[in-house]
Design a protein around this ligand. Structure first.
Ligand SMILES: NC(=O)c1ccc[n+]([C@@H]2O[C@H](COP(=O)([O-])OP(=O)(O)OC[C@H]3O[C@@H](n4cnc5c(N)ncnc54)[C@H](OP(=O)(O)O)[C@@H]3O)[C@@H](O)[C@H]2O)c1
Length: 392
């Protein structure tokens, strides 16, 4: 019986993962959920604890812990609190697999802790590899643990690479939907509201990643994620807009052949593959009917209207703590945009400003990465507070 903890179980990926586990368990898969986590969404967590009866849960605050205890008094599991509690969850529960689906840099410490506790990691949280890719991939190799991507693009590449030697890979092609503002002019982009940015054309996801998809920073983060997962240099990772989002990504080989992975817009498919890898089980999602999907379109991304892609590439080339600074600036900028403090086009401006200011150091430890994150975050917060919001 494999013992799974779901970090970020109340989120979009976390809830889809519980769905997957419910279904594959009822089909006889030996997998049990021993740990759950939420930051503050206590009502969803209460339902999940009633259903799953985990060994332990991790929550953001003591108020959430008290509300959970009061709502499920008959459940005697442990409740861990705060970032240290989240990091301790895999060890406390004796997990041998952790699905990391918390949002942002908050996932980095727990990912390293899960590997340290002897668990394999199914990784949804791309910011973990953006900020601490070297630390995480080194730890996985050193500790002999498996790191399997959940992000649909990286799952696609992972599947296309299976059985192929690294020397045979010419390029990785990350596909991007282009987001809701693919056709908007630069002037119009400055006026878009958070509500408009949260209307993704093809995927239903958490707010942070949905805004990242609208700025194309999501694809920038995914370039860095792909670099660490697959050991491919930045200049060999291409991005192409594919509005239908049915090809989840491709691998081009040295002979000119391109392998692509197709599937519906349903995260349950890559989540299930990561949880059951290398096995494939039936029923993850409703398969595509190729007779009905029509045209598949491709176009290059526009670097002028969507400069975040270039900033992510620059951070990866700078190396060290530069991607951590980029990520921190972006996390602050997205929250500030969602909170109405800055406009949409101020997101890339802020990221650029923080990246220009940052002096990268070697990202040799979790502390070094978190220090760079903290500095960039403080500077970005100060800039957001100072900036007059032109379109407020
Ligand atoms: N959604 C997708 O389809 C998708 C696809 C590919 C990759 N991803 C990646 O997967 C990650 C999760 O995305 P999502 O869309 O599932 O996000 P989400 O819906 O916003 O859920 C985030 C989860 O993390 C928890 N959380 C938030 N802040 C936290 C903190 N500071 N410390 C600990 N836990 C915290 C949330 O708890 P509360 O509910 O209590 O706030 C929730 O359980 C992101 O990195 C995203 O880029 C998502």
């Amino acid at each position: 019986m494999r013992r799974l903890v779901v970090l970020g179980s109340t989120g979009s990926v976390g809830r889809a993962a519980l769905d997957v586990v419910r279904r594959i368990r009822s089909a006889g898969t030996a997998l049990e959920i021993v740990g759950l986590s939420a930051q503050r969404t206590v009502d969803v967590l209460i339902e999940q604890v009633r259903e799953v009866r985990p060994v332990a849960v991790a929550v953001g605050t003591s108020e959430v812990a008290s509300a959970l205890r009061a709502a499920v008094p008959e459940w005697r599991g442990e409740v861990l609190i705060g970032p240290d509690g989240l990091a301790a969850l895999p060890l406390v529960t004796g997990a041998d697999m952790a699905l990391v689906a918390v949002v942002g840099i908050a996932g980095l410490g727990p990912t390293l802790a899960a590997l340290g506790a002897g668990a394999d990691v199914a990784l949804a949280t791309k910011e973990v590899l953006v900020a601490g890719g070297g630390l995480v991939t080194d730890a996985a190799v050193r500790l002999g643990r498996r790191l399997v991507p959940v992000d649909s693009e990286h799952s696609a590449i992972f599947q296309c690479l299976a059985g192929h030697a690294a020397r045979d890979v010419a390029r990785l092609w990350l596909t991007a939907s282009g987001g809701p503002f693919r056709h908007l002019s630069e002037d119009a982009l400055a006026e878009v509201s958070p509500e408009q940015a949260l209307r993704h054309p093809t995927w239903r996801m958490g707010k942070k990643v949905t805004v990242d998809a609208a700025t194309l920073m999501n694809k920038g983060l995914e370039i860095i994620e792909a670099h660490w997962l697959f050991g491919v240099d930045e200049e060999k990772i291409e991005v192409v807009i594919h509005p239908q989002s049915l090809i989840h990504s491709c691998v081009e080989f040295v002979d000119g052949s391109i392998l692509a992975q197709l599937g519906p817009h349903d995260m349950r498919l890559p989540i299930q593959y990561a949880l059951t890898y290398p096995a494939r089980l039936p029923g993850a999602a409703v398969p595509l009917d190729l007779r009905t999907i029509g045209a598949l379109d491709f176009e290059p991304p526009d670097p002028v209207r969507f400069p975040c892609l270039a900033y992510a590439r620059a951070a990866l080339r700078q190396g060290g703590t530069a991607p951590a600074a980029l990520n921190a600036a972006n996390e602050v900028a997205v929250q500030s945009f969602l909170g109405g403090r800055i406009g949409f086009t101020e997101i890339p401006r802020l990221v650029r400003m923080i990246l220009d200011h940052h002096r990268p150091r070697p990202a040799v430890s979790l502390e070094a990465v978190l220090e760079a994150d903290g500095e960039a975050r403080a500077l970005a917060e100060a800039a957001c507070n100072a900036a007059p919001r032109s379109a407020r």
